[in-house]
Design a protein around this ligand. Structure first.
Ligand code: PRT
Ligand code: ZN
Length: 284
């Protein structure tokens, strides 16, 4: 059996989805307008689809699993299992109004016209906020709606904010945050689940490695204790003596989030010759 995965054919999630699979050691020859292709070295068959179609294909069992933005999932309301977030395709769904608009609170949207491609998510947000507004559903170029008099506000995806900025808009409410997630058909059979578990194991190893760095440094032996106090390591740091007596090399793994703070503390504790290296896979 082969597990069937639905991936966005061409768009913001395509490259990162294929890159993730490649880093999991799965070779998929995409491109050339192909709709379907098989991995050469893993029991996986990829279907290339529009992102909006992915939840339905997985729901209907045409594909077993898929990679799609949480925004699309929530908008469509499918009953899929979210297996795990994938750390890319990060964005937020936000409300925005003209820059000059004196916006105070969500109640300023009462009775206003809001253009969006996400009517269901927006409707729920407005209901929760106890605001009645007119939702005008459009499928693309939402950001131009206020400028051409089609709407007073928009509700659209934002990542860098430059689209809003260049259209004279400002972000005023964050409706949801989103990233790409791996979804699965809840009725996936035992054999399919086994392949999925294998895939998830590899994905976790890749995602963990992206969040961590391998660090090597030299230190005089009398400073080792204070240096090790800063470095957690996977179990504890590795210490190897240097050829020069009285000195050691310390190896450890640090999280990207704490990275600069740890470097500062290490230098203060007497570390020298600090090297930081990317980790390719991390199995813990
Ligand atoms: O053809 P298909 O239907 O497959 O693709 P699509 O055009 O519908 O989707 P696509 O490729 O644009 O986006 C796919 C997914 O990427 C979305 O569903 C989100 O989960 C995720 N994503 C992440 C984004 C963005 N960031 C994003 N910035 N999707 C869209 N945008 C758009 C946004 O709509 C706006 O037009 O980018 C513009 C804003 O970007 P900034 O950087 O200027 O703020
Ligand atoms: Zn789409």
């Amino acid at each position: 059996m082969k597990l069937k995965i639905a991936i966005q054919k061409s768009g913001r999630l395509s490259e990162d989805s294929l890159k993730l699979l490649k880093e999991c050691g799965i070779d998929i020859a995409a491109g050339g307008g192909k709709l379907r292709t098989e991995a050469s070295n893993f029991p996986l068959e990829a279907y290339f689809l529009r992102d909006d179609d992915i939840p339905k294909y997985v729901q209907d069992g045409v594909a077993d699993i898929g990679i799609v933005g949480e925004n699309v999932l929530l908008e469509q309301g499918n009953q899929l299992t979210v297996v795990q977030p994938l750390g890319f395709g990060k964005c937020r769904l936000s409300l925005a109004v003209a820059k000059g608009y004196d916006y105070q609170s969500v109640y300023d949207l009462q009775g206003k016209k809001i253009a969006t491609s996400y009517p269901n998510i927006l409707r729920r947000f407005l209901q929760k906020s106890d605001v009645q507004a007119h939702i005008h559903e459009i499928s693309g170029s939402v950001e131009i709606a206020p400028g051409i008099g089609l709407a007073d506000a928009i509700c659209d995806l934002v990542s860098s904010g430059s689209t809003l900025f260049s259209n004279g808009l400002k972000e005023v409410e964050k409706v949801m945050v989103s990233e790409a997630v791996l979804v699965a058909n809840p009725l996936l059979g035992i054999e399919g689940k086994k392949i999925l578990d294998k895939l998830v194991f590899r994905i976790n190893a890749v995602l963990k490695s992206r969040k961590n760095k391998y660090i090597l440094l030299n230190a005089p032996n009398e400073k080792l204790e204070s240096i090790c106090a800063v470095l957690p390591g996977m179990k504890s740091p590795t210490i190897v003596p240097l050829a020069m007596s009285g000195w050691s090399s310390v190896h450890s793994v640090v999280q990207e989030d704490d990275f600069w703070q740890i470097i500062d503390s290490l230098q203060a504790a007497g570390a020298e010759g600090i090297l930081v290296v990317p980790i390719e896979k991390m199995i813990v």
